[in-house]
Design a protein around this ligand. Structure first.
Ligand code: BGC
Length: 427
């Protein structure tokens, strides 16, 4: 096997991430399921049985193990373990226990998310995350999770992307319950911050030992913002403001309650000629002919370097808890993986305390309002037989994980070219 020429630090964690509703299949007791049944999603699809991870987890952990990965990020489906308020489903907890034990046997460290966008229906009936009562409900759920599976978890992630949830569901209104209110979105974010802080304390109080403190944090979606004219005061102000609100405000709300930063990185925004009178701050990159994923998100590898360097001042260990792209053409994913990880290598060389990288995702899965057409997986599944097929990109990622870094052949044949740096032809 080829040696890595861009070597990562010893014990660097290579992993993959999934979430319950996106891969488990047959989640019928949460708000997303209800929304899908009502035909409210634009694509009119339903998540259905999907990749059936709920039953096929052994096979999937085996794939991760064979890919020489050391970690797996997944979530518990709250609506399965607490189908009615205050009533715990013993069998569902036992199922998750078996699942996590299997991952552990296969040498995978477990990063466990408690809330990944979906909510039990009874919680929705109480007003969901708008109702401040949700904080105590989430604390009860956390207590129970600690009791049932606490000994199997390596790193706790209370909530996935609080601001994405708050804005998609309560500001932009594209996810259930499809509200459009700045004040509601703000209230949801604040309740999530409170819930995180309380859950953080519960987990530490219950699980810390004299010689070992557990790690607790959340996954935060972070964006990079680029301005075209650094002498434009307005553009500067807008990019600093966007960076503060999107990347830092939630850390301010939860200050002192994070043992690490879990960063999900997907978006690079280009700002030109800021106008405060309307929302057209951003450059439409399609007009600039930049490389994008199938869902139009710009491919910009240096962004991962920038975001990691600019978050390093928090002085906390950093995990990239999600990074990936939707691509039918898998070769694009292979190049994406090498070029983003190469930038991560440079960030670590420059001193950033990055401890692990999780590719989103192991499997093609239910991409929320975009349905099954957006393919984020290293592994494809047959919708009928559920048979898994590894794509070329899975082998590329395996080479990196196995070598703990990037080998020369990978650079030479797959990812030397930094994507996203396509020269723009002036009109
Ligand atoms: C979410 C995932 C999602 C991915 C790609 C993240 O915002 O945590 O659930 O599938 O991005 O859109």
């Amino acid at each position: 096997m080829d040696e890595a020429i861009l070597k990562f630090p010893p014990n660097f964690l290579w992993g993959v991430a999934v979430s319950s509703h996106q891969v488990e299949g047959n989640n019928t007791n949460n708000d997303w399921h209800a929304w899908e049944q009502d035909g409210k999603a634009l694509h009119q699809q339903v998540a259905g049985s999907g990749p059936d991870f709920y039953n096929k987890y052994k096979e999937d952990f085996q794939i991760a193990h064979d890919m020489e990965l050391g970690a797996f990020r997944l979530s518990i489906e709250w609506s399965r373990v607490e189908p009615e308020k205050g009533k715990w489903d013993k069998e569902a907890w036992a199922h998750y226990r078996r699942m996590l034990e299997d991952a552990q046997r296969k040498g995978l460290k477990i990063f466990l998310t408690l809330h990944h966008f979906t909510n039990p229906l009874w919680l929705v009936d109480e007003g969901g995350w708008l109702n401040k009562g949700v904080v105590e409900r989430f604390v009860d759920y956390t207590h129970k999770a600690v009791k049932e599976v606490g000994d199997l978890v390596d790193v706790w992630m209370t909530i996935n992307e609080p601001l994405v949830y708050a804005s998609q569901s309560y500001l932009v209104g594209v996810w259930p319950p499809q509200h459009r209110s700045f004040w509601e979105a703000r209230r949801v974010a604040k309740n999530m911050a409170k819930a995180h802080k309380k859950a953080y304390t519960v987990i530490h109080r219950s699980l810390d030992k004299k010689d070992k403190r557990v790690m607790v944090g959340f996954a935060k979606s972070v964006n990079t913002y680029q301005i075209y004219n650094k002498y434009s005061f307005k553009d500067q102000l807008l990019s600093l403001g966007a960076d503060w609100v999107w990347n830092r405000w939630f850390y301010r709300l939860t200050r002192g309650f994070n043992d690490y930063l879990g960063l999900n990185y997907y978006f690079h925004f280009r700002i030109a000629r800021a106008r405060f009178s309307n929302w057209q701050f951003f450059v439409d990159i399609r007009k600039e002919k930049r490389d994008t994923s199938d869902v139009g998100w710009e491919i910009y590898p240096p962004g991962i370097f920038d975001i990691v360097m600019s978050m390093a001042h928090y002085g906390l260990p950093i995990y990239i808890t999600e990074n990936g792209l939707a691509a039918e053409k898998d070769n694009k994913r292979s190049r994406f993986i090498v070029s983003y990880i190469k930038e991560l290598y440079h960030a670590i060389e420059a001193g950033a305390p990055v401890k692990g990288y999780f590719h989103w995702s192991l499997l093609d899965n239910w991409e929320w309002e975009k349905g099954y057409e957006a393919r984020f997986g290293l592994v494809a599944f047959d919708p009928i037989t559920k048979k898994r097929t590894l794509k070329e990109s899975a082998h590329v990622y395996q080479t990196i994980a196995g070598a703990n870094g990037i080998t020369h052949p990978l650079l030479k044949f797959v990812g030397h070219v930094t994507l996203g740096e396509i020269t723009v032809k002036e009109k």
